[in-house]
Design a protein around this ligand. Structure first.
Ligand code: MN3
Length: 200
């Protein structure tokens, strides 16, 4: 059984009113993400890993130092998680509610402090990588990871992510990564997705 690329959870042009063009998704979802899934299938064909859950492939390949499989498995997972971290229809951004809002206030001091920490992590990840909001067990934390790395291999529960590889923002924002980060926090964050991950 092959690994599959889940459908994009909205139309390619759904985020155009909020700063991200259909062209971005044609390349990022249609070419970059698809290539990771295709490569993962090529690299795991006829091996035991081909029938394992994706999360297990990520953990096993990381532990065994199989960089090619790890990179493609993690990037397959990270991108699906990223698409779900974005909300179309104008309902994104803003502030979280309920348990998640309370935890953010408690662990970061305030929602503004969280935004500052997240923006800083996303802006200072040198080169390619990801910024995350994670549940570390005891507290919520902001982290950044290089390349394909993700919180799963660090025993943390991911709640939300932003792809800060240059391919994620170059079409819409050219080299202005901080503008891409600000647009994500102001207009696109799917706080319901993050809350559901926290509750899971
Ligand atoms: Mn990407």
């Amino acid at each position: 059984m092959a690994f599959e690329q889940p459908p994009l959870p909205y139309a390619m042009d759904a985020l155009e009113p909020y700063g991200m063009k259909a062209e971005t998704f044609e390349y990022h979802y249609g070419k970059h993400h698809k290539a990771y899934v295709d490569n993962l299938n090529k690299l795991t064909a006829d091996t035991d890993l081909a029938n394992k859950p994706l999360e297990e492939v990520i953990q096993t390949s990381y532990k065994d130092g199989k960089a090619g499989i790890f990179n493609n498995a993690a990037q397959t997972w990270n991108h699906t998680f990223f698409w779900n971290s974005l909300k179309p229809g104008g309902g994104g951004g803003g502030t979280p509610t309920g348990d998640l809002a309370a935890k953010i206030d408690k662990d970061f001091g305030s929602f503004d402090k969280f935004k500052e920490e997240f923006s800083n992590a996303a802006a200072t990840q040198f080169g390619s990588g990801w910024a995350w909001l994670v549940d570390d067990g005891a507290t919520l934390k902001v982290t950044k990871t290089p390349n394909a790395e993700n919180p799963l291999i660090h025993g943390q529960k991911p709640l939300l992510t932003l792809d800060v590889w240059e391919h994620a923002y170059y079409i819409d924002f050219r080299n202005a990564r901080p503008a891409f980060i600000k647009n994500f926090l102001d207009n696109l964050v799917n706080w319901e997705f993050a809350a559901a991950n926290l509750a899971a």
